[in-house]
Design a protein around this ligand. Structure first.
Ligand SMILES: *[C@@H]1O[C@H](CO)[C@@H](O)[C@H](O)[C@H]1NC(C)=O
Ligand SMILES: *[C@@H]1O[C@H](CO)[C@@H](O)[C@H](O)[C@H]1NC(C)=O
Ligand SMILES: *[C@@H]1O[C@H](CO)[C@@H](O)[C@H](O)[C@H]1NC(C)=O
Ligand SMILES: *[C@@H]1O[C@H](CO)[C@@H](O)[C@H](O)[C@H]1NC(C)=O
Ligand SMILES: *[C@@H]1O[C@H](CO)[C@@H](O)[C@H](O)[C@H]1NC(C)=O
Ligand SMILES: *[C@@H]1O[C@H](CO)[C@@H](O)[C@H](O)[C@H]1NC(C)=O
Ligand SMILES: *[C@@H]1O[C@H](CO)[C@@H](O)[C@H](O)[C@H]1NC(C)=O
Ligand SMILES: *[C@@H]1O[C@H](CO)[C@@H](O)[C@H](O)[C@H]1NC(C)=O
Ligand SMILES: *[C@@H]1O[C@H](CO)[C@@H](O)[C@H](O)[C@H]1NC(C)=O
Ligand SMILES: *[C@@H]1O[C@H](CO)[C@@H](O)[C@H](O)[C@H]1NC(C)=O
Length: 877
């Protein structure tokens, strides 16, 4: 089938939704709200929305601030009171920092308000970097124009640009960025790596108030407009607040979901239509449904949704009180007119409903930008020399707006390259910058008629394609490098060096040799001196650091030191072994105050052991978190090296889950363990500076206390990135077979995502109750080899540990499988951050609670294999 569709039915426990809504209500952490033209360093909170706006001064170098006419101010929100207008230059750009890979809603707003007293709104273009975003025109001077896209940046900044097309001075009122849930819109499509969506419409159907809703009703600050009630429709409404609602991940506002339309004639279908200008445009649709009340036992509300007669989804049963979003994962088939129809199917007794609808158009942002090294280099040149030109946005594209003084080559799909740099007569001073030699495709370089001094550097010879080099009329000194002279003699280079009084082309060869040998003998002496002093310095430095680090360790460890004898007493002469860690056995111990402890002894046979021991001690002395095992003390007396930890009554996850225990871990206990482990890892990755990688996450290193709360242990292989803790263990390959990231094993590149992979395997172990590697018929079967065919077959019930005897909610299991899949993606950039995993695991837990305690029908989540294909997309293909 060409299109695959997916019904989202993610329900979340009521109370969580409430808390979340409360917490998020004032949370503008994902918002960047820029009031263009607002004076520098000022900011304010807009009264009707509570949104905090800041000045645009930090995001743009050009343009002037203007304000709209006083009469217009009264009737418009504050972010429209100022505009930034761009009377100079054809293209003027903002540059706003963003997070790579995060899904954003980006909205530009234009309100003319006769700011220039011309009573004539202009028309101009809005560009997104090098691509055309929109043409801004005002059908009527009192209209507010908004242009909105959903976009996942692949660079850490975006550049909205205003382009003067000769129809008046461009201006802009506001730029708003909001981070969305990565798993919605683009994240739910099949083309998530390159899709850009631009808003066509977003309607609240059946509205009673006829008002627009945005933040704070909508936590993502989408703007929902009321849609006029058609004569074939009947309005439905309810009083609904967040407490009543089980939200899905799209989170449309409850006020929007509290009204709906239904066909006036209950047996007719419900239609929603729109026309398009260009039949080649592609559309995505998002339909939000919410049934206000539970149908009586003898009633059902079941319908199918079609677009131009093609099935989008069936059967749709919007079960109270869960919000549903039904969406396309690929563009709708092209047409001039689209008709979405919701038709009651056979035994349904109730007509279809429709609460809200969003339609997006696909934007083509495929024009590639200038090669990034060239952009970086030319930007650097611009900054170093303070080039006073309107050099903004991309240097080469659109070709129409290429930077003055540059020329570029355009070669099919390859990014454009800079081939010519003409900074003649630009008032340049100082030396010729090395960075110029990094514009590796340069053919023409004209630096003539400036005040450049210093030598004509030999590094310019690195420019292999250079055909013209003009440095005439400067203050260069010294010799013209013979390499450049040679090239000019063979006619491959046209070299102009005239009018540089201090620059010489040749010297008599005898004089040249003499000076070279003098320099040589001088430097030989220098080198000897240098070696002596360097050696001395290194010697001193070595002593200094070694004492220093020893001091550091012993000082930190001082207060918790135990002696050899004490260790023997504590462990009752090593009586009870409770485990085996990375570098030795673990014994049960009891302190004098009767606290139980675990004592890990460094085995003398372990060669790497001492380093791991040190590494673990250093780390646990610094890092404390409720989901990391805590260190009570240590012993470092001669051969006896031990670490003393809090005792974890329920041992480790390996023992609890996998080694024939009578108590089966329940599904929610497994989820709690996963959440605790994710929380501990999140602290290591995101709560520590520098971040720490565990590098050996596995069930045996996840300990469980008497309440079954999980704590991560065994930090012997952990590494803090970029700190001095790591240097001594970095050569050892980390991890345990079955859990270690194959990507790391292949490349040796360490990365937080290695832990995420291991965490994914731990999740699969929790889901399936199987070991990571099982020996079957003389072969080692990795858990992924076992699990993936079952998942591909769409058979979720059989993935989950049969020992649970079906005591789990499918929705929750589905979600955990989905999370685990994303963790093991072969492309580690696609693996989520542990913080995101944590958030999603929490959702799975609440899903489980809703579905099993809410006494709704057992399988509130309906799913089929086509839905599942969508869910499993990140799996290795
Ligand atoms: C807003 O301005 C105040 C002072 O005028 C400043 O302390 C505060 O940091 C600003 N807030 C933002 C978000 O820029
Ligand atoms: C979206 O994904 C990016 C990159 O993976 C991540 O940094 C960001 O935190 C995610 N955002 C949300 C809201 O999950
Ligand atoms: C301009 O647009 C506004 C709002 O869309 C509308 O209320 C007004 O009647 C329009 N004015 C004219 C002259 O068309
Ligand atoms: C529906 O809206 C009307 C006002 O238009 C209101 O009087 C009525 O109480 C609402 N119904 C519910 C169930 O809230
Ligand atoms: C309602 O629609 C059905 C089928 O579309 C039609 O047969 C019936 O006459 C309609 N009823 C009214 C009152 O229009
Ligand atoms: C369902 O039952 C109620 C009374 O229990 C009745 O009024 C209603 O007509 C029934 N609906 C259908 C479709 O049978
Ligand atoms: C949708 O339901 C209507 C009414 O039952 C039916 O006539 C139509 O064929 C269905 N469409 C699809 C594509 O299943
Ligand atoms: C609709 O009716 C058919 C038989 O008439 C039955 O098999 C089917 O389960 C019913 N569907 C629903 C959703 O009630
Ligand atoms: C830029 O280079 C192209 C060849 O790559 C040439 O045809 C064009 O004339 C050049 N433009 C300018 C302004 O030098
Ligand atoms: C550089 O620009 C100047 C005018 O600013 C022009 O005279 C000169 O020919 C240009 N050089 C090249 C190599 O195009």
């Amino acid at each position: 089938m060409f299109l695959h569709f997916l019904l989202v039915l993610h329900a979340v426990l009521t109370i969580l939704v409430f808390i979340q809504a409360q917490a998020q209500q004032d949370d503008q952490s994902g918002f960047t709200s820029i009031d263009c033209g607002l004076p520098e360093n000022s900011n304010y909170t807009e009264k009707s929305t509570g949104i905090n706006y800041i000045s645009d001064a930090d995001f743009v170098d050009t343009g002037v601030s203007k304000s709209i006419s006083p009469a217009e101010r009264i009737t418009h929100q504050q972010q429209l009171h100022f505009v930034r207008s761009f009377p100079n230059g054809v293209r003027n750009c903002y540059r706003i920092n963003v997070n790579i890979g995060t899904e954003y809603l980006i909205r530009a707003t234009f309100y003319y308000g006769n700011y220039d007293s011309l009573n004539k709104p202009p028309q101009f273009e809005l560009h997104f970097g090098v691509n055309l975003w929109d043409t801004v025109k005002f059908p009527n001077a009192s209209r507010t124009i908004m242009s909105e896209i959903i976009y996942i940046p692949s660079k850490d900044y975006i550049q909205p640009c205003l382009v003067n097309t000769g129809k008046g001075t461009p201006f802009i009122s506001a730029i708003e960025l909001r981070t969305l849930n990565n798993k919605t819109y683009i994240g739910d499509s099949k083309d998530s790596d390159k899709l850009v969506l631009s808003l066509s419409m977003r309607y609240d159907l059946g509205s009673i108030t006829n008002l627009e809703y945005r933040y704070k009703d909508d936590i993502y600050d989408r703007i929902w407009s009321p849609y006029e009630l058609s004569s074939d429709w009947r309005r439905l409404n309810t009083s609904l607040n967040n407490d009543d609602l089980f939200q899905d991940r799209y989170k449309p506002p409850s006020i929007v979901l509290s009204t709906a339309v239904t066909p006036a004639n209950a047996s007719s279908p419900l239609h929603f239509e729109w026309d398009v200008n260009n039949v080649n445009d592609q559309y995505y649709v998002y339909i939000h449904l919410y049934d206000f009340e539970e149908p009586a036992a003898n009633e059902t509300r079941t319908f199918n949704i079609t677009v131009n007669g093609k099935l989008l989804y069936a059967p749709v049963i919007p079960r109270y009180p869960v919000a549903h979003t039904i969406f396309s994962t690929a563009p709708l088939s092209p047409a001039k007119r689209y008709e979405v129809s919701l038709s009651m199917i056979e035994n349904s007794t109730l007509p279809p409903i429709l609460n809200a609808i969003e339609v997006y158009k696909v934007k083509d942002f495929s024009q590639s930008e200038t090669q990034q090294d060239d952009v970086g280099t030319v930007t650097n040149i611009k900054n170093v020399y303070g080039v006073a030109r309107n050099w903004q946005g991309d240097p080469c594209v659109p070709a129409k707006y290429m930077w003055e003084g540059l020329n570029c080559s355009f070669n099919g799909l390859n990014p454009p390259r800079i081939i010519s740099l003409n900074l003649s007569s630009s008032g340049l001073t100082g030396k010729i910058q090395y960075s110029i030699s990094e514009l590796t495709m340069l053919q023409y370089l004209d630096l003539s008629n400036n005040s450049l001094n210093g030598p004509l550097p030999v590094f310019l010879n690195k420019l292999k394609s250079l055909k013209v080099l003009n440095v005439a009329k400067n203050k260069l000194t010294g010799l013209v490098p013979p390499e450049l002279l040679d090239r000019s003699r063979t006619d491959s280079l046209s070299l102009s060096v005239d009018d540089n009084p201090g620059l010489r082309i040749t010297e008599s060869s005898r004089k040249k040799n003499l000076s070279i040998s003098l320099i040589a003998s001088f430097s030989a002496l220098n080198v000897v001196i240098l070696f002596i002093s360097l050696g001395f310095w290194m010697f001193r430095r070595k002593r200094a650091t070694s004492t220093n680090s020893k001091d550091r360790v012993s000082m930190k460890l001082k207060h918790q030191a135990f002696s050899y004898i004490e260790i023997i007493n504590i462990t009752d002469n090593f009586k009870t072994i409770i485990g085996e860690g990375g570098f030795g056995k673990v014994y049960l111990g009891v302190l004098q105050n009767h606290t139980q402890v675990a004592v890990k002894i460094l085995s003398s046979s372990s060669t790497q052991g001492y380093k791991e021991f040190q590494s673990e001690a250093q780390l646990l002395l610094i890092v404390h978190h409720r989901n990391l095992v805590s260190l009570i003390g240590f012993c470092d007396e001669g051969e006896m090296k031990a670490l003393i930890y809090e005792y974890m009554a329920n041992g480790n996850l390996q023992q609890c889950l996998l080694v024939g225990k009578t108590n089966i871990l329940k599904w929610n206990e497994r989820l709690n363990i996963a959440i605790d482990t994710a929380r501990g890892s999140d602290y290591l990755h995101n709560g520590c500076k520098p971040p720490i990688m565990h590098r050996d996450l596995k069930p045996a290193n996840i300990l469980l206390d008497e309440n079954m709360d999980a704590k991560i242990s065994d930090f012997g292989l952990s590494r803090a990135f970029g700190s001095d803790i790591d240097s001594h263990i970095s050569t050892r390959p980390a991890g345990t077979l079955g859990y270690a990231d194959p990507e790391f094993q292949r490349t040796g590149n360490t990365n937080k995502k290695n832990d995420v992979y291991s965490f994914g395997i731990v999740l699969f172990v929790l889901i399936t109750g199987r070991q990571a590697i099982v020996r079957e018929a003389g072969q080692n079967i990795h858990i992924l080899e076992w699990v993936s065919p079952i998942i591909k077959g769409g058979d979720i019930q059989n993935v989950v540990d049969s020992k649970l005897e079906g005591e789990f909610s499918i929705g929750s299991a589905l979600k955990v499988v989905e999370i685990a899949m994303s963790c093991i993606s072969p492309n580690f950039t696609e693996r989520p951050d542990i913080s995101q995993i944590l958030a999603e695991l929490k959702e799975s837990l609440s899903l489980d609670m809703v579905q099993r305690h809410g006494e709704r029908e057992n399988n509130i989540i309906e799913w089929n294999s086509s839905q599942f294909q969508s869910v499993t997309a990140p799996f290795p293909r």
